[in-house]
Design a protein around this ligand. Structure first.
Ligand SMILES: [Zn+2]
Ligand SMILES: [Zn+2]
Length: 171
């Protein structure tokens, strides 16, 4: 089963949507948890961003406290960075079976556009399936329609589907 953990302020509607959609895509029970605080150690005051790698460490601890767990997906609304990247939309640790996604840059408002909940939900689902795909050992896929296709820009995220291509689905 997949455990869904909001860190910080994430809307209930988003979590409910994600829980039911992931359940459909992976055909596994998805357990949404009550929100926890973002780990203070993950915040970089100079960058004014949170470290996805630090958040993955917290998620690994959270996961080890659970029984009956396959994967843990963290969801945050703050902006994330990793190592030498300016930002990341998500990160996965396949060894620990944990992943995190950030909603911050998936919102049209981030680019000065009007809110669009349907579009936002589509993007959130694609990012979540993509990062969870990494935790199942999948790499990036050359098929631009496959959810495991690497998206450098949101345009590419919007062009790809929310499901695995036949080859990725085999793994
Ligand atoms: Zn990826
Ligand atoms: Zn694929």
């Amino acid at each position: 089963m997949i455990h869904l953990l909001p860190l910080g302020d994430v809307s209930e509607a988003t979590l409910q949507f994600l829980a039911s959609s992931l359940q459909r895509v992976f055909d596994l029970p998805v357990i949404p948890h009550d929100p926890v605080d973002l780990p203070p150690s993950s915040y970089d005051p100079e960058r004014r961003q949170y470290s996805s790698t630090q958040i993955l460490k917290s998620l690994a601890r959270f996961k080890s406290s659970l029984t009956q767990v396959e994967r843990a997906l963290g969801v945050v609304a703050v902006d994330l960075y990793a190592a030498d990247l300016n930002f990341v939309l998500g990160e996965a640790d396949s060894r620990e079976g944990v992943a995190v996604i950030s909603i911050a840059r998936l919102k049209p408002e981030f680019y000065g556009l009007p809110p669009d909940e349907a579009l936002l939900h589509q993007r959130i689902l694609k990012e979540a399936v993509h990062e969870l795909g990494h935790t199942y050992g999948l790499g990036h896929c050359p098929d631009p329609a496959c959810v495991m296709h690497f998206s450098n820009e949101l345009k590419e995220t919007d062009q790809k589907g929310e499901s695995f291509c036949p080859e990725c689905a085999l793994l």
